[in-house]
Design a protein around this ligand. Structure first.
Ligand SMILES: [Cu+2]
Length: 225
């Protein structure tokens, strides 16, 4: 029992801090906004796409506009005819090592569509862009998206749920829609903060919140085990 409780608590501690970092791709020009992206281990980076066709590719640190040799991620091409696209691409951050990203469409990489996640120094963002400007090729992986999740932007739970509610409970799962609601349904946790504002939002009693959170975490643990 103690082991399960401790596991649930440590999972809770990890999840409670996780956040969604939003990055705009191609909003107002050939660029990522921001291009110096700070994310912690466990965070999710959510890319939104704007007019034109763009993609996001994890690039080789020393070969700008070329994908990493192994692993990495690729959003696939996102064609948007007007404004903000209806699809997002999300990537889970499981390390704080720098990740170099670019858009592989046309000459977008050379033109400034580069960014760095967790650069060792802020100057690395510009260095990578400078190298990209000189790259002789812009290389896009073949095939479909990999290394992340393409989703309908309107179904993102972060839009209506976890951003608004209490940190302890709702932010437990910034990304995983179906699994989250399933595993947490036994507790008093609201799946929609607007529909049930009182159960967590109004609770000023810390023990009550913690209890609910632990129950939710235990449910999650049970679900996984
Ligand atoms: Cu692009």
């Amino acid at each position: 029992m103690h082991f399960i409780a401790a596991t649930a608590l440590s999972m809770l501690a990890m999840q409670a801090q996780a956040k969604t970092v939003k990055v705009m791709v191609g909003q107002g020009g050939l660029k990522f906004t921001p291009d110096n992206i700070k994310a912690s281990k466990g965070d999710t980076i959510e890319f939104s796409f704007y007019t034109s066709t763009h993609n996001v590719i994890q690039g080789d640190a020393t070969k700008a506009c070329n994908p990493v040799d192994k692993g990495g991620f690729f959003s696939g091409d996102m064609k948007v005819t007007s404004g903000k696209g209806t699809k997002t691409f999300t990537v889970k951050v499981d390390s704080t090592d720098p990740m170099y990203i670019y858009c592989g469409v046309g000459q977008h990489c050379q033109a400034g569509m580069t960014a760095v996640i967790n650069p060792k120094a802020d100057g690395d963002v510009k260095s990578y862009a400078d190298n990209a400007a000189k790259a002789d090729k812009n290389v896009t992986p073949k095939g479909d998206a990999f290394g992340g999740t393409v989703a309908d932007a309107k179904l993102e739970p972060t839009e209506s749920g976890s951003m608004v509610s209490t940190k302890g409970v709702s932010s437990m799962s910034p990304t995983g829609g179906a699994m989250t609601t399933g595993s947490m349904s036994g507790s008093a946790t609201p799946t929609n903060s607007k529909a049930a504002p009182s159960s967590t939002g109004a609770a000023s009693n810390l023990e009550g919140q913690l209890g609910a959170a632990v129950a939710a975490a235990a449910g999650l643990a049970a679900f996984i085990l």
